[in-house]
Design a protein around this ligand. Structure first.
Ligand code: NAD
Length: 510
């Protein structure tokens, strides 16, 4: 049984989807897919609400965001219950990935927003010293957010927070796999007293997502697969609107010869198995230096065998949120085994647990295998033994993806040197991929992992149009560059250009 099923409806009636729990297969509810017309109407309402919202002082917008944080704190158990139903996940992971991450994002942007977006005086360069530059930020208008299923609440709310603080309205299209977790976001902001229609959540599938891009929004913040990301980028191009693309990954872990092996082995499992591997920054391949490989692999195997898989709420590893992912994992595993990989732990669908893949560790893997090159998005850790850390960096960079990665070495200097050679949006040292949780760090990918950043002051500003105001300071009757452009003026200007840019003055006033 699929967990997203189309329900037969009358011809021309709105489409409906039945959503079920991936662990128990019990029905959670039915959604009506938002069609193109309703999507356009939602964006129109959002634009109306945004006009008033943008007029409010940013401090007031931030005060309301703190109120939303209070609502999140009050309702967290209720929200987690629903998210767990839709994902089949454990409680600790749900708390960390959804509630804590959302709360931290709210607190960070609500505190920093007013300072980051305040009008500021910026020094003017060289010839324009007589003018004053005031940098201001205007909201873009209506921001469309399209979210995936692997973080069904946090991936929708996370970009919404800076977008709202910056003065925008937000329309979110959650994944059709987990729409009810996405719809919690609308309830949350309504309960916190945000204006009607300022934040709306439109349940639906890819058709609703595509309609949202064409509905007159001013920016799209997309999180999902690379294949869909390409379609989103093309549609945004047609509409001439900017987009942020947070896409797939195949993050590498590099274990150097001097690594703390106990920590690296525990970290390898935490990084590859978190959210049952359904994490964009999951470690999906590991390169360990030959001299420590045997000890490292035996520690990983020992710890992997201790992982508890189940559905009781306190498990380490859960079922797959989207059962179709099992087909991808099976394909990658069959391909790897057929090409010579050795399975050390797991390697199969759980025989007694519906929709679950056993935590898996394998070696003897190569880059001819899908398991080392394609995103598996499951609880799988393929480990490749390499002669030295230089070879590890080369293999880490031999990927179409470039989201994040980790380096493990007792020498911080060595680890930083290695990290700087890795072609990804971020790297963590002696730590699992934590960048998404560090709010002043810009989070984003390179290559097929996306473009643009969520988090950090730059992300906040990416939901704004920067509007520089240039103000004259001297009030003279005329200016050198105004009419008439006489020969005297030309000579004066040329002298000025030569003196200014041809001497040390360029360093003083540049
Ligand atoms: P997906 O691309 O299948 O779907 C993502 C969203 O796009 C869904 O809401 C879907 O309905 C919508 N969509 C589908 N077709 C569309 C279209 N033509 N136009 C507009 N919207 C459309 O991705 P998924 O399977 O839900 O999520 C898993 C993927 O997300 C993985 O690849 C994972 O790595 C990635 N991801 C990336 C990050 C990151 O920050 N880089 C974070 C989480 C997940």
């Amino acid at each position: 049984m699929a967990i997203v099923e189309a329900i037969k409806t009358a011809k021309n009636a709105p489409r409906k989807l039945r959503i079920s729990n991936p662990a128990t297969l019990e029905e959670i509810g039915v959604i009506t897919v938002t069609d193109a017309e309703a999507t356009k109407a939602a964006v129109r309402r959002a634009r109306e609400a945004q006009r008033e919202w943008a007029q409010r002082p940013i401090k007031e917008r931030c005060r309301l965001m703190y109120r939303a944080l209070d609502v999140l704190m009050k309702n967290q158990d209720e929200y987690m219950e629903l998210i767990i139903k839709e994902t089949g996940r454990g409680r600790a992971e749900t708390l960390m990935m959804e509630i804590l991450a959302a709360a931290d994002t709210m607190a960070w942007f609500a505190k920093r927003g007013p300072k980051e977006l305040a009008d500021r005086r910026v020094a003017t360069p060289t010839i324009l010293k007589a003018k004053k530059l005031i940098q201001t930020y205007k909201p873009l208008g209506v921001v469309g957010i399209i979210a995936p299923w692997n973080g069904p609440f946090v991936m929708g709310i996370s970009p919404a927070i800076p977008a709202l603080i910056a003065g925008n309205a937000v329309v979110i299209k959650p994944s059709e796999v987990t729409p009810f977790s996405g719809m919690l976001i609308q309830d949350l902001f309504a309960e916190a007293g945000f204006p009607n229609d300022l934040l709306q959540v439109l349940p639906g599938d890819g058709e609703t997502g595509a309609a949202l891009i064409d509905a007159g929004v001013n920016k799209i913040s997309f999180t999902g697969s690379t294949a869909t990301g390409r379609k989103v980028a093309a549609a945004c191009g047609q509409n001439l609107i900017p987009c942020t693309l947070e896409l797939g990954g195949k993050d590498a872990m590099i274990v150097c010869a001097d690594a703390n092996l106990e920590r690296a082995a525990a970290g390898a499992l935490a990084a590859s198995m978190f959210n049952t591997g359904q994490f964009c920054c999951a470690t999906e391949r590991c390169y360990v230096v030959e001299s420590v490989a045997e000890e490292f692999i035996s520690l990983v195997v020992e710890k992997a065998r201790e992982l508890r898989q189940g559905t009781d709420g306190d498990q380490d590893i859960s079922v797959m949120i989207w059962p179709k992912q099992l087909e991808i994992i099976q394909d990658h595993m069959d391909d790897a085994v057929q090409k010579g990989a050795t399975v050390l732990v797991g390697g199969r669908q759980h025989p007694d647990l519906n929709g679950a893949w056993e935590p898996t560790v394998l070696t003897n893997v190569t880059h001819s295998m899908k398991i080392m090159t394609e995103e598996s998005f499951g609880p799988i850790l393929p480990i490749m033994i390499v002669p030295d850390q230089h070879a590890a960096v080369q293999l880490a960079n031999d990927s179409k993806y470039g989201l994040s990665g980790t380096v493990w070495s007792r020498s911080e200097k060595n680890a930083i040197a290695v990290a700087k050679q890795v072609e990804t949006g971020s790297v963590c040292i002696n730590e699992t991929a934590l960048t998404f949780g560090v709010h002043n760090a810009p989070f984003g990918g390179v290559k097929d992992s996306g473009m643009g950043y969520v988090h950090g002051p730059d992300a906040l500003k990416s939901f704004c149009q920067p509007v520089p105001l240039i103000v004259d300071r001297l009030g003279m009757k005329t200016e050198q560059n105004w009419y008439p452009l006489t020969a005297d003026k030309f000579e004066g200007m040329q002298k000025f250009v030569k003196v200014f840019y041809g001497s040390v003055l360029r360093k003083v006033f540049g």
